[in-house]
Design a protein around this ligand. Structure first.
Ligand code: CDP
Ligand code: MG
Length: 733
């Protein structure tokens, strides 16, 4: 606790003191394991939050831009808003005044870049305007979103506004979930789904307008879409293209689209006071909780938005805040906690949009999704720890890992802006102004420049685009990454040595999965275990939300989980056991409760599995089960994931076989205590260490048998490891 009060920490003479502390902060955050003993404060410490708050310094005010003529009306608007009909509400959005002008521009130009502050109504209104102006009579209007939650929630909102049932005139399409019908005229979809639609309809003939929304996010799929839609717009003059973005650097988009006109929607924005911590915070989770409580107790009414990096963090804070506010007694107003993240069940997503009851305060715990994709009315305070989770990829080693990184200045300012939408706001940055100035990059690097491109290369190849080097990228990926992707696809036998798609590759491209997973499925035909392969694939696709571990029943939950691991079968087979056992109970909910398994995740897995089964028919692979032959199933897994092999070291760590790197088995793995000599893993996550998640034991000969072009005998020769440098010899097993 004294950490915040430590006078030395604040005024060190060393000008780099803050810099060092910031680095410590970064390390501190990754050292932090929720619920682990590393925590520096127990949640009971927060009892003293009022004596031990965080010192903030107000440093700057981001000026607001107000539309003059609304200023009077706006207050009235604000109060009436909730009572008005949705149609009236539509008219209050900043974009409404520009409706006719915008439609005129769309008529005149084929491609338009649209720029407008978040919340001005771009996503919900433009597709409706186009519909009202008759564009949907000529074809569907597509509107892409980088995030599935945004696609779903916006579609739900627009269907409400139009008074139609979701999935009828207005629908959405996200991976593994198609909520559209014959009737659908306005289709919200993830950018990745539109990309996949090119496979079935290379000219997007069924669409009259494509709106690439949230273009500033520069996701991998959005960047590829840019190239594809630009290309088809040349031979489909009737197709309208809208590129919409929440940031002002629209010139780049305009330049790329042959100097397309830029349509600016002046947003209303109020000034936002930015506060920085005086000293760096060693633990941002901790600091975020304290700050929320501090705001709640000391600041005037208004909701709070906290930016966090992922579901785990959100759940942790949710729990601690609930616990803490229980102790605050009745003197303090009620604090409603609303989480929002990608895997949040749909029925809970709507909760964040519900108006806050009088006398209470809402705190929204959100991932980056609330930065620009979703607008939550009533937010007056933003708490910004300054981090987000991003995928990072090292093209040299081909290793991909999820890590928590500092955000960019552009992101920090977007986040701050979320507090000034309906009135003056305040943003509390849990870092110092020095950190902001010196440690944050100006902009986030586009995903295309920091990710594994195997998936995209496979998609482009199946679209008949062979010359990837000359593909019209807005920002080209590093050629090393392209090369690595080609190599990887070649190793997976998806491409031949001339870089052409093979039959295996064509089959793999049918699956909306990472190429390694698709390969595992395609390879399962050979091992006669396609039934098992798609069950494993669907369970892996659900993510890490299968098992749950209630605080008061951890031992029971752990025992239940271990049951599926009997015989140290490995995590993949354990997931398969979970799925099959559930299937045997005829998908019983009760069974899930008894086994500490999230029924929601299982239902999702089942949906995904149904779709994979449908795709198996398309690629003409028969569903056959080979449940008793675990080696066959593991070989199918190895066929997809042989790149992810690791060998045990003496000290209990692992060394990846190609591109040696030290990794560990994630503590949640069933093999964490077993430490098999050779393993294959699903993914790497970097938290306190570089962990392998979802691990299965491997026989090293399989690597040579299955991927002879990638592994030679010397790679898997146990004797060979004696030659490794000291301390890295093979394990004495
Ligand atoms: O796309 P842009 O950020 O310009 O704005 P929008 O998403 O179209 O949001 C316009 C308005 O619709 C905002 O006031 C949102 O609060 C509201 N909205 C909502 O109430 N529920 C949703 N699911 C999405 C938007
Ligand atoms: Mg939007």
């Amino acid at each position: 606790m004294q950490r915040y009060k430590d006078p030395e920490a604040k005024d060190k003479m060393n000008p780099f003191a803050e810099q060092e502390a910031w680095e410590e902060h970064q390390i501190g955050k990754s050292k932090l394991q929720f619920g682990s003993k590393d925590r520096k404060r127990s949640s009971d410490d927060y009892q003293y939050v009022f004596e031990d708050g965080i010192d903030f310094v107000k440093s700057s005010v981001i000026e607001g831009t107000k539309l003059e003529e609304d200023s009077d009306q706006e207050d009235a608007d604000e109060k009436d808003m909730l009572k008005r009909e949705l149609q009236d509400e539509r008219k209050t959005l900043p974009i409404y005044k520009f409706r006719d002008e915008l439609l005129k521009a769309v008529e005149e130009f084929q491609v338009i870049v649209i720029v407008g502050e978040t919340g001005s109504g771009k996503t919900t209104q433009i597709p409706q305007y186009l519909h009202e102006a008759g564009y949907t009579a000529k074809g569907k209007v597509a509107c892409t979103q980088p995030r599935r939650v945004a696609a779903m929630s916006v579609a739900a909102r627009v269907s409400q506004e139009m008074g139609v049932k979701l999935g009828h005139e207005v629908g959405y399409s996200i991976r593994f979930e198609d909520c559209t019908s014959e009737k659908t005229l306005i289709k919200y979809m993830t950018d990745g789904m539109l990309l996949r639609e090119f496979l079935g309809e290379p000219d997007l003939a069924s669409y009259s307008v494509v709106m690439v929304d949230e273009a500033h996010e520069r996701t991998l799929s959005t960047d590829i879409l840019f190239g594809l839609v630009k290309d088809i717009s040349r031979f489909r003059p009737d197709l309208k293209l809208l590129i919409s973005s929440a940031t002002l650097d629209a010139e780049k988009f305009s330049d790329y689209f042959d100097s397309a006109p830029i349509f600016k929607i002046p947003g209303r924005r109020y000034p936002v006071e930015v506060h920085y911590t005086k000293a760096p915070e060693a633990d941002y989770i901790d600091a975020a909780i304290v700050t929320v409580l501090q705001i709640h107790v000391t600041q005037s009414p208004g909701d709070i938005l906290v930016f966090l990096t992922g579901q785990e963090e959100i759940e942790t804070i949710d729990e601690i805040l609930k616990h803490r506010t229980r102790g605050l007694g009745t003197k303090i107003a009620e604090l409603l906690i609303c989480p929002i993240y990608a895997n949040l069940p749909t029925e809970l997503q709507a909760k964040i949009f519900e108006p806050t009851p009088e006398g209470a305060r809402k705190v929204v715990l959100a991932t980056n999704i609330a930065e620009t994709s979703l607008t939550i009315d009533g937010i007056k305070y933003v708490v910004d720890p300054g981090f987000c989770k991003i995928k990072s990829y090292n093209p040299r080693t081909g290793m991909e890992s999820l890590l928590i990184n500092p955000i960019s200045k552009a992101s920090a300012n977007q986040r701050a802006g979320r507090s000034g939408r309906t009135g003056p706001g305040k943003c509390f940055r849990l870092y110092t102004s020095y950190n902001y100035m010196h440690d944050l990059e100006d902009n986030t690097v586009p995903e295309i420049q920091r990710t594994n491109l195997a998936n995209v290369v496979l998609t482009l190849k199946s679209l008949g685009i062979h010359d990837l080097v000359n593909f019209d990228f807005m920002d080209p990926p590093p050629s090393e990454a392209l090369l690595k992707a080609l190599e990887q696809l070649f190793a997976l036998s998806a491409l031949n040595s001339r870089g052409e798609l093979t039959k295996t590759g064509r089959r793999m491209a049918e699956f909306p999965l990472d190429p390694m997973l698709s390969k595992m499925i395609v390879a399962s035909e050979k091992y006669k275990c396609s039934d098992e392969a798609i069950s494993i694939a669907c369970m892996l696709s659900v993510g890490n939300s299968i098992f749950y571990r209630p605080k008061d029943k951890q031992v029971h939950a752990d025992n239940a989980r271990l049951n599926f691991h009997t015989g140290n079968v490995g995590d993949h087979i354990a997931l398969l056991n979970v799925y099959n056992s559930w299937r045997e109970t005829d998908y019983s909910t009760q069974w899930c409760y008894e086994n500490y398994i999230q029924v929601r995740s299982m239902k999702r897995a089942r949906d995904i599995r149904d779709q994979l089964e449908g795709l198996m028919e398309r690629v003409e692979i028969e569903i056959s089960s080979n449940a008793s032959d675990l080696d066959a199933i593991k070989k199918a897994i190895t066929s997809g994931f042989f790149h992810h092999s690791a060998r045990l070291q003496k000290n209990g760590s692992y060394r990846t076989v190609k591109n040696p790197q030290t990794v560990f088995i994630h503590p949640s793995s069933g093999l964490a205590q077993v430490l098999p000599r050779w393993t294959i893993y699903h993914e790497l996550v970097l938290t306190t260490k570089e962990y392998m998640r979802q691990v299965t034991e491997l026989k090293p000969d399989w690597l040579v048998e299955i991927a002879p072009h990638y592994y030679q005998l010397k790679d898997v020769d146990d004797a060979g490891s004696k030659k490794l440098p000291k301390g890295e010899g093979r394990a004495a097993l």
